[in-house]
Ligand binder design. Structure first.
Ligand code: AVJ
Length: 314
């Protein structure tokens, strides 16, 4: 075991045990994304009910010339996430010149796969990957060609996984990594009718339910735990007061589970909170980023379901 994975495994153990020890049990949503979880998420993005991905892509396609001229030429493009998405390719295909493309991703394997693929598809593109947890302070790699500025790409409304306070602090960390004048192209899901929101997390085919339960399978494997997926049902609802979708796994009967040598009791009906997905109005998001960024441009769809925003560090 190398040094890095020792750190990583003690972190997952601490985080999981802490989450399960609270009055409201919880698990960190980043642990959805093992190989199977990432595949399930891919399936979610193609569901009829799941509007965010499709809508974000439509917004990007419809406004590409404007987005490209806003970003400008010869930038260092930093993506938070491995950059395996269709959205990354939209940018790479349309930006007239990119000094370097820097995908930042915690999984060594996902990152290596993407770099290999991008080198094949974009032989002239300089790819400078960084393998790290981008939610912690990090440094950008040295970029050997001159570039106009650094622009981060953070699509998918992944920012919605943080509560507003943590989102603001996280954006503060990112703004320190950017130079003044640096930019961020970010996807932000918007507040809308509750039934549209709730349907997106309660699909007919049960893919979101399988995605939610998969976090237990991942933790079973990583931490030598014995969650029985059959004991849980998927629950997702919009918490209007907090402005977020909450996902939970609800125990259908009282039972015990052992995780990394510790035993936890779940009562019948007790839930494990697995994810928050915050939704914003344009005004709320503008105020959230205000300590570090000005919102320079906002692109939306005709229904105002989703937004793609260009933020400039000030
Ligand atoms: C990847 C965090 C944006 O919150 O909509 C999808 C994850 N969870 N369905 C979201 C997710 C359940 C997704 N994000």
């Amino acid at each position: 075991m190398n040094h890095h994975s020792e750190i990583a495994s003690s972190t997952i153990q601490d985080e999981v045990l802490t989450g399960l020890s609270g009055a409201q049990k919880s698990l960190p949503s980043k642990y959805f994304y093992d190989e199977r979880g990432s595949q399930l998420f891919e399936q979610i993005t193609r569901l009829e009910e799941y509007y965010p991905t499709r809508t974000e892509i439509k917004i990007m396609r419809a406004n590409m010339p404007d987005i490209i001229s806003t970003i400008g030429s010869n930038v260092a493009l930093v993506e938070l996430g491995s950059g395996s998405s269709y959205k990354t390719r939209l940018l790479l295909d349309h930006l007239p010149s990119i000094a370097a493309y820097v995908p930042i991703e915690i999984s060594q394997k996902f990152l290596a796969d993407v770099v290999k693929q991008l080198n094949l598809e974009y032989p002239d593109l300089t790819v400078n990957p960084v393998c790290t947890d981008y939610t912690r302070p990090f440094e950008l790699p040295e970029i050997n060609t001159p570039f106009s500025r650094t622009v981060m790409f953070y699509p998918g409304s992944t920012i919605g996984n943080f509560c507003p306070d943590r989102a603001r602090r996280f954006l503060g960390i990112l703004s320190k990594t950017l130079n003044p004048g640096g930019g961020m192209l970010i996807g932000v899901d918007l507040k809308k009718e509750i039934d549209v929101l709730e349907a997106a997390y309660n699909d007919e085919k049960g893919v979101t339910a399988a995605f939610n339960k998969n976090i237990l399978r991942h933790i079973n494997r990583e931490l030598d735990a014995n969650f029985d997926l059959e004991n849980y049902r998927h629950k997702a609802f919009y918490n209007e007061q907090k402005g977020r979708i909450e996902m939970h796994l609800v125990a259908e009967k009282e039972h015990e589970v052992s995780v990394a040598g510790e035993t936890f009791i779940l009562d019948e009906g007790e839930s494990i909170h697995t994810e928050n997905s915050y939704k914003y109005t344009l005004k709320e998001f503008r105020e959230l980023v205000q300590p570090w960024f000005s919102v320079e441009q906002v692109w939306t769809d005709p229904n105002n379901y989703f937004s793609v925003q260009y933020l400039v560090q000030h």
